[in-house]
Design a protein around this ligand. Structure first.
Ligand SMILES: [Mg+2]
Length: 347
């Protein structure tokens, strides 16, 4: 690569949810979607790549530096002061090489990736239980076949017993309406162990696929949960590592068999970090991708490129500021476009 970084500019991209999205166990209404600032990196030879930053950084220090001093296509970003442009530099390098990012990552799995709707929030607290059925139907019409249900209504928004009853009702309703769906539940750390045991007893016949962040990932509590699940009729996976993770702790819990799916966020953990993490991860991965379809696109490239991901998080939304979403979604499967980079262009 003889390319030298000639300019770095910013652009606004975002998401427009299909509907206003309500609360989870501890956060207030999500609203209609957000705008984020992305970076566009251009080179002396006319190449261009763009992406969300994974943290703060100073773009001015990168002007005049060669692209191959910033990123190694075989490993990821190699300059610490360029790491915040992890996604933009992966997009740029793959465009220069004229391959999709997932191919540059190793094409370890199919570019068709199972993708669930992560958009079933507590909208019933605003509009009543029937809205859950409407939302499931809307996400199903959008192309999803599998659903993650937010639970933990009794953590702060409802009295504890009534909140648990509603969580159970939403879970049973979803299973009744979609007998073939993969169903995940996510309490955003809003359950106590006691609440979780009551919940599990009430939904034992619902064949849950994974339990996500039911409580904060304390070793002793995960041991207790694992023992309880060993006597349970089905064996849902235990997923954790999204919220403010201590990555070493998550990796250690995975090695002990206490976490089955590691959820570190696709953007805040970063693609280069995931490339380092994945080969030694003693669990499956499903990088957290809620908020923007762009994050789902990144997670799909990561899944197709690195493998070890069975299903990714989708957002019932369309991308703002781009020509499309960079993928198609049909029958529960996300298909990546066969285009260089992340395969998505700014509008
Ligand atoms: Mg979550």
């Amino acid at each position: 690569m003889d390319h030298v970084v000639s300019s770095i500019s910013t652009v606004q991209v975002g998401a427009r949810f299909l509907r206003n999205v309500g609360r989870n166990s501890f956060r207030d209404h999500k609203g209609s979607g957000a705008l984020e600032t992305a970076y566009v990196v251009a080179t002396s030879l006319g190449a261009r790549g763009w992406g969300l930053p994974i943290g703060p950084g100073d773009p001015s220090v990168l002007i005049g530096r060669s692209v191959d001093s910033l990123i190694d296509p075989a490993a990821g970003v190699i300059a610490a002061d360029a790491m915040f442009l992890d996604y933009a530099l992966h997009d740029l390098a793959a465009r220069i090489l004229d391959v999709p990012v997932h191919v540059m990552l190793g094409a370890a799995a199919s570019p068709q990736v199972r993708c669930y709707s992560g958009g079933i929030y507590f909208d019933d607290l605003d509009d009543g239980l029937p809205v859950i059925e409407q939302n499931l139907k809307q996400d199903s019409a959008f192309g999803f076949r599998d659903f993650k249900l937010k639970v933990g209504r009794g953590y702060r928004w409802m009295p504890a017993a009534a909140g648990l009853d509603r969580d159970i009702a939403v879970t049973r309703l979803t299973r009744d309406l979609y007998p073939d769906a993969t169903i995940m539940v996510d309490a955003n750390d809003g359950y106590s162990l006691n609440t979780l045991i009551h919940y599990l007893d009430a939904v034992a016949d619902c064949d849950l696929y994974w339990l996500e962040e039911m409580f904060a990932e304390r070793h002793e509590d995960l041991v207790f949960l694992r023992e309880h699940l060993s006597r349970w009729p089905s064996r849902p996976l235990i997923a954790d590592g999204e919220y403010s993770p201590n990555v070493d702790h998550i990796l250690s819990l995975a090695r002990e068999g206490l976490i089955d799916v590691a959820l570190m966020d696709v953007v805040s953990h970063g693609l280069t970090a995931w490339r380092h993490t994945m080969p030694s991860l003693a669990a499956k991965a499903s990088p957290h991708a809620w908020g923007l379809p762009l994050k789902t696109l990144y997670a799909a490239h990561l899944a197709a490129g690195l493998g070890n991901v069975d299903i990714i998080e989708g957002v019932p939304a369309n991308t703002l500021g781009t020509v499309d979403d960079g993928y198609t979604l049909a029958d529960g499967v996300l298909t990546l476009a066969d285009r260089p980079g992340f395969g998505i262009d700014l509008a």
